[in-house]
Design a protein around this ligand. Sequence first.
Ligand SMILES: NC(=O)C1=CN([C@@H]2O[C@H](COP(=O)(O)OP(=O)(O)OC[C@H]3O[C@@H](n4cnc5c(N)ncnc54)[C@H](O)[C@@H]3O)[C@@H](O)[C@H]2O)C=CC1
Ligand SMILES: O=C(O)C(=O)Cc1ccc(O)cc1
Length: 319
Amino acid sequence: MAEPLFDRVAIIGVGLIGSSIARAARKAGLARTIAAADQDASVRERVAALGLADEVFERSGEAAAEADLVIVCTPVGVCGPVAAEIGPRLKPGAILSDVGSVKGAVVRDMAPHVPAHAHFVPAHPIAGTEDSGPDAGFAELFDGRWAILTPLESADPAAVAALRAFWEGAGARVDTMTVEHHDLVFAIVSHVPHLIAYNIVGTAADLEEVTQSEVIKYSASGFRDFTRIAASDPTMWRDVFLNNRDAVLQMLGRFVEDLTALQRAIRWGEGDKLFELFTRTREIRRSIIEQGQDTAAPDFGRRNAPSAGDHGAISPPGP
Ligand SMILES: NC(=O)C1=CN([C@@H]2O[C@H](COP(=O)(O)OP(=O)(O)OC[C@H]3O[C@@H](n4cnc5c(N)ncnc54)[C@H](O)[C@@H]3O)[C@@H](O)[C@H]2O)C=CC1
Ligand SMILES: O=C(O)C(=O)Cc1ccc(O)cc1
């Protein structure tokens, strides 16, 4: 087997994403040693029982010491304090990365703690499920999925290349973009869709005339797809919305305007408008499938849900 890419990889926060990275790194031989840290004792117990890491720590700083690559896989709201603990322990030449669904706030919170002798390269794998915790992860999660790197202008090209090789080794396709562009793109293809799902499931549950049992009984319809998304981790998604506030509010503003136009079309019986939109959106779905965006990953059974969406270019909404 070829030499591992990294001698020691540390994973901080061993939930769905952290445990999937550990499994993928083991399977592909990307690390000689895997160190893991999690603040939750029951998670550390599962990590040890599942054999996901060679060493398991309570303190992130201890896992990060001596690591060549440290990947922070906690909810984005605690990336700053975690970086503050890890920063002073990073060895010269170490790469610090993350997997957060938001990049601007993570860079703002983590970058000040990275010493000059280490390299910070933020990342975001576009792969996941509504489940959380170390038992929910699997080695194939990233197969054929995108991993977005958002290196700062000052980033060391060799560190960016090493992180790219790691993600490619884990099965992902890698792209780079700026932090700002990332947050705008994922506001519309991932964050707002999750908010819509949380909202529609909440509204249905609140309606007096639609009882809970009817929601469950008839949920084989489109509503069922929303309930999967709305089952996603509350801590993670609270942090996403609090930390990508501007881009989400910008996209929501546009969404609400377009929804109002649809409401008006229904009220005034403007069938042509509805038909035109539904035809355009059907085309979008078909082109996503043609580009292999919906079928890129192997079949994971119920886990093979479409992930955050396509990866096309996006411009800020027009006036
Ligand atoms: N769930 C998904 O589908 C995806 C999630 N992400 C990002 O990945 C990150 C992790 O998400 P999941 O793995 O789904 O969450 P998870 O809830 O499964 O795992 C997070 C882990 O971090 C630990 N943790 C929390 N605070 C900590 C701290 N201060 N120090 C050490 N450990 C701590 C928790 O105990 C937990 O085990 C989030 O930032 C999220 O935005 C990215 C892509 C997809
Ligand atoms: O489960 C799904 O459909 C997802 O959308 C998974 C996901 C959630 C958050 C991300 O930042 C990336 C992917």
